[in-house]
Design a protein around this ligand. Structure first.
Ligand code: UDP
Length: 332
């Protein structure tokens, strides 16, 4: 049995590939390397560079690897702000890419897929913490592109019997504990890596986008989850599908919220650095608070996240940043 990981050179994909290999699984990786890094992929995985919407290429990958029984799909764009200014990029790569992929999966008879959805599909939640059954009304094209992927999956299950698990991630932060793989985006837009770049002196200061939200300290509140824990949830979801369970959707979060100011304070404690910061106007498309109810994943998938302490999560990210000041740049 082999697992095909699409986007296996990206941040969460590379942690999942690594974890699958640690557990003795055979892994085939496809990545366009548009945002991913070849050096992030565990060397024991079989690697193909290419685009999943290139159907001839994908047919070749499946033909050369008949042991593939399940697909884990991370290969999507994920920047809220960019999606607000270039929505078609998101509907093309994320949504249309999914259609192309499913056509080939149906053709070759691989009918199990775990894919990255997002808390951004919920939009502005009416109640907190957010449950999987809550209304999904995205407020940005990124969330909309992922919700469309979920809907496409539902109908493809009914029509072609392609079973799926949609994993709705909250905010992902941290790196593998030994510091060998981590987060490296160009441009970097995410809160924690930016905070740590300021700590390292690579940026002058952090700009906190908005302090007039309806939250205790006025800054956005988010729920942080570690990529190793996410990786384990994907592996459990593959097992769930291979055991012939029905399609399903799960939130993946820690069920605890931290405000942007609290993340800054925690990063100051972990790094011992001053980390200058100033308030800045709101960024488009940010809901006040996003906290997951993630008991469904714990109950049904048996998911047991190991990183339940924000300081520990920040420490793993700091290990990665300190040992890789240029990210993967020296290795690619
Ligand atoms: N954020 C910020 N300054 C930055 C980057 C992010 O204040 O330089 C805020 C952002 O507005 C949001 C939170 O940090 O409230 C998390 O944003 P991020 O981009 O890390 O993840 P997202 O929630 O968009 O997935």
């Amino acid at each position: 049995m082999a697992v095909l990981v699409l986007g296996g050179a990206g941040y969460i994909g590379s942690h999942t590939v690594d974890r699958l290999i640690q557990k003795g699984e055979e892994v085939v990786v496809v990545d366009s390397l548009v945002t991913g890094h070849r050096a992030a992929v565990n060397s024991q995985a079989k690697f193909y560079q290419g685009d999943l919407s290139d159907q001839d290429f994908m047919r070749k990958v499946f033909a050369e690897n008949p042991a593939i029984q399940a697909v884990i799909h991370f290969a999507a764009f994920s920047l809220v702000a960019e999606s607000m200014t270039d929505p078609l990029k998101y509907f093309d790569n994320n949504t249309a890419g999914m259609i192309k992929l499913l056509e080939v999966m149906n053709e070759v008879g691989v009918k199990k897929i775990v894919f990255s959805s997002t808390a951004a599909t919920y939009g502005i939640p009416e109640t907190m913490p957010i449950k999987e059954s809550d209304p999904q009304k995205p407020i940005n094209p990124y969330g909309e592109s992922k919700l469309m992927m979920e809907k496409i999956m539902r109908w493809s299950d009914k029509a072609y019997g392609i079973k799926f698990v949609a994993l709705r991630y909250f905010n992902v932060a941290g790196a593998k504990e030994d510091g060998s793989i981590g987060e490296d985006h160009h441009p970097e837009t995410h809160l924690l890596p930016i905070v740590l770049q300021v700590a390292m002196g690579k940026r002058d200061q952090l700009k906190i986008f908005g302090d007039d939200y309806n939250t205790p300290d006025g800054t956005n509140v988010r729920d942080y989850v570690h990529p190793t824990d996410l990786a384990d949830a994907h592996i459990l979801a593959v097992k769930y599908l291979l055991a012939d369970n029905d399609s399903n959707a799960f939130n993946l979060g820690s069920s605890t919220g931290f405000s942007n100011k609290q993340i800054l304070e925690a990063a100051r404690e972990v790094t011992g650095k001053e980390i200058p910061a100033e308030m800045a106007p709101r960024r488009g498309g940010d809901p006040d608070t996003l906290i997951a109810a993630s008991d469904k994943a714990r109950e049904i998938l048996g998911w047991k996240p190991q990183f339940d302490d924000i300081h520990k999560i920040i420490q793993t990210a700091w290990n990665w940043h300190e040992t890789h000041p240029q990210g993967y740049a020296d290795q690619d």
